[in-house]
Design a protein around this ligand. Structure first.
Ligand code: NCD
Length: 307
């Protein structure tokens, strides 16, 4: 696996191998006093972020450092991108500097795919890892969510997973739908009609507005942030109405089955898509997902850079 650009390029076996590898890294680190492995010593990895990030950027950075790679971070807001440099020229510059891996977040769908094509023109290309491209894909998020589901629910086959909220603008949804359906889970999108993506009929999912009905026998409920930054105009009447119809309220939380989990990729907006106490409930996996993110990203860096 030279690059990780999207989930659809992965088979069920590739996904299982990456989850196993992440567990191996977690296990290898647990007894070590110094949380570092020599696996990627001497590798230069550049993080190129054109959009804000807390969890994804910090966990990629930690993952690389734990594998002893040299990590360099470039944020578009303080780089020559502000002077008008094109993505292609920035990528070629990083390649000329010796980057063997480029982890990239960009607001435009397909930008990491384009960069991989441009940098391959003369044969040698750094590994490109997509850390989120617009509303398109966020493969490492889906993988860390999958690791959490496997650990908490014991597997995917026949598990019923709800993805709730802004499905239209969410790369987390697109990546998770591809991964979870590949692994045999039943996926239901719960979203206001205005926030259902076009073409969803080809996705192998059910779509509904009836959250309460689907909730009772769900094994996992993944709440989504409303992506205000990708919205122009009103997609629902008010925050209060959104919370009432599509929020994980205390009342809905009490309707869930005992073994079911509440997930959120973060950043979560308490009081909107998830109520304050539910975010901290014992079946909320929000912080567990964050921890899994480091091990998944170690597995991805290892599998791409050493391919
Ligand atoms: C998600 C993202 O950036 O797509 N966050 C993340 O990576 N943890 C979800 C979001 O921003 O709502």
């Amino acid at each position: 696996m030279k690059h990780l650009l999207d989930i659809k390029s992965l088979t069920a076996d590739d996904i299982t191998n990456l989850l196993d590898e992440a567990e191996n890294f977690a296990g290898a680190l647990i007894d070590r006093e110094v949380k570092k492995l020599p696996t990627l010593r001497g590798f230069q990895i550049c993080m190129l972020f054109y959009e804000n990030s807390t969890r994804t950027s910090s966990s990629f950075e930690l993952a690389g450092k734990m594998l002893s790679a040299d990590m360099m971070k470039i944020s578009a807001s303080t780089s020559s991108v502000q002077k008008g440099e094109s993505l292609r020229d920035t990528g070629l510059t990083l390649k000329a500097l010796g980057a063997q891996g480029i982890i990239m977040r960009h607001p435009h769908p397909g930008a990491p795919h384009l960069l991989a094509d441009w940098l391959s023109e003369d044969g040698e290309c750094p590994s490109i890892i997509n850390a989120g491209d617009g509303a398109h894909q966020h493969p490492t998020q889906a993988l860390l969510d999958a690791l959490t589901i496997r650990q908490k629910l014991g597997g995917f086959d026949g598990r019923k997973i709800l993805l709730v909220g802004d499905c239209l603008h969410s790369r987390v949804v697109r990546s998770n739908v591809e991964l979870l359906t590949t692994m045999g889970a039943e996926v239901v999108l719960v979203a206001p009609r205005t926030l259902v993506p076009s073409g969803v009929e080809t996705w192998n999912v059910r779509v509904t507005q009836d959250f309460d009905k689907e909730l009772k026998d769900a094994d996992a409920v993944m709440m989504l942030r409303v992506q205000e930054e990708r919205m122009q105009g009103g997609f629902f009447p008010s925050q209060r109405e959104y919370n009432e119809l599509y929020g994980m309220t205390k009342k809905r939380h009490s309707m869930m089955s005992d073994k079911a989990i509440v997930m959120h990729p973060g950043p979560m907006i308490r009081g909107k898509e998830i109520d304050y106490p539910v975010a901290d409930a014992s079946n909320s996996t929000v912080l567990h997902q964050v921890s899994n993110g480091v091990h998944i990203r170690m597995a991805v860096l290892y599998s791409t850079l050493l391919s």
